[in-house]
Design a protein around this ligand. Structure first.
Ligand SMILES: C[S@@+](CC[C@H](N)C(=O)[O-])C[C@H]1O[C@@H](n2cnc3c(N)ncnc32)[C@H](O)[C@@H]1O
Length: 202
């Protein structure tokens, strides 16, 4: 699977092979919002799919940008937002190259996008996450735990994630905030990683 595999993902959407799709916002997002650790600001939702979380974030006063490479789920997201009188920036683009003209975000909500990519593509995707979150900003990440050897979704163990999201760039919590089972057979571990402030030039 290559990094810009539009045809693969579009076909999955057209065939309805979207077992990841909950049909509503993740309990993890609601947990972080209701516990006051996710506060309004500019937030990016990469690989948003139907983007149910976008509705909730927009309702709660966030300036949301949502990106996906496939047009059909984005169109449904636009229509749903419009029917609710909500606004968000919905962009069809490739997360491996996408950057916002206004610069980094206060936060990124990462839900089953990283695990969509085979492990060899992770460093390039994490480099984008490093660019997207401003110094001092937060990455709300759901790391997918699967019993399967292959994917997508690809198993994203906390140990592998700690190697990818390195301590020189990210401040890690001691443990996950929560664990959310998914009816598709995987579990998501919710971590809040804080982007380290930029180091002054020496
Ligand atoms: C496993 S789905 C997760 C969707 C959504 N985050 C959710 O949890 O319901 C992965 C999503 O990433 C999108 N995607 C895959 N490759 C992409 C790329 N290179 N750039 C942007 N989106 C991509 C797919 O179209 C799909 O909607």
């Amino acid at each position: 699977m290559s990094t810009g595999e539009t045809d693969y993902w579009r076909q999955r959407w057209l065939d309805g092979k979207t077992g990841w799709d909950r049909g509503g916002a993740s309990p993890a997002l609601l947990h972080w919002l209701d516990n006051g650790v996710m506060t309004p600001g500019r937030i990016l939702v990469p690989g948003c799919g139907h983007g149910y979380e976008v509705d909730v974030l927009a309702e709660r006063g966030f300036r949301v940008t949502a990106v996906d490479i496939v047009p059909e789920p984005l169109q449904r997201l636009r229509e749903r937002l419009s029917s609710k009188g909500l606004e968000a920036e919905i962009i069809q683009d490739n997360v491996f190259t996408y950057l916002h003209p206004d610069g980094p975000f206060d936060a990124v909500y990462e839900q089953t996008c990283l695990c969509a990519f085979a492990p060899e593509y992770r460093p390039a995707y994490v480099a984008q996450l490093n660019r997207w979150v401003r110094p001092g900003g937060t990455l709300f990440a759901l790391f997918t735990q699967t019993p399967w050897r292959s994917g997508p979704p690809f198993h994203s163990s906390p140990e592998a994630m700690r190697e990818l999201f390195t301590e020189d760039t990210w401040i890690w919590p001691a443990e996950a905030d929560l664990s959310v089972p998914h009816e598709a057979g995987f579990t998501e571990l919710g971590y809040r990683l804080v982007r380290r402030p930029a180091q002054p030039d020496t």
